[in-house]
Design a protein around this ligand. Sequence first.
Ligand code: C5P
Length: 200
Amino acid sequence: MSFTIAIDGPAAAGKGTISKAVAAHYGMAHLDTGLLYRAVGAKVAAGADPLEAAQSLTAADLEGDLRTPAVAQAASRVAVIAEVRAALVDFQRAFATRAGGAVLDGRDIGTVICPDAPAKLFVTASPEVRAERRYRELAGNGHETTFAQVLADVKERDARDSARATAPLRPADDAVVIDTSRLSIEDAIAAAIEAIDARR
Ligand code: C5P
């Protein structure tokens, strides 16, 4: 039977870590939908047309170094384009309904891509906590940046993702909100599994 778990939230709230752990816990496939937008953003930054880039996306485009601040900003700029979002819907829905169940994380999974998902989480944290986590991650990977720059980037992306007309970032009405600001990774994962078990 297919069972879809939708996990949404802003950048660096812990969605990715929680989604991977949840998928491993239930033995389900996992799709990081942000990678789709990052791949389109990277192609557009290299000169491609946004809609053509979205329509011609292949698995090979999801490889490579897409986890940079520049690609994140490029992703959030292409993500406001309704036609780009529409071009990525079928792939995400097909993934969501695969046998054995699937975990999808992103911004609009519970609201637009899988509004009927039985389990929905909205993972969030304060902008300062998220920026601190992202700053450590980037610095650890050798990126030259400052906390102030990362915080400004996080806030800019939040504002653009929340204000856009199509599929804005917001919790679905039936989502369980998990604020990870004061939670350890282990406690955040446990809270997610508890919320999902209650819907199974
Ligand atoms: O999650 P991640 O930080 O990789 O997402 C990069 C950008 O892609 C987000 O800032 C957002 O603009 C966009 N995105 C989206 N819808 C999704 C996933 C990501 O609009 N489902």
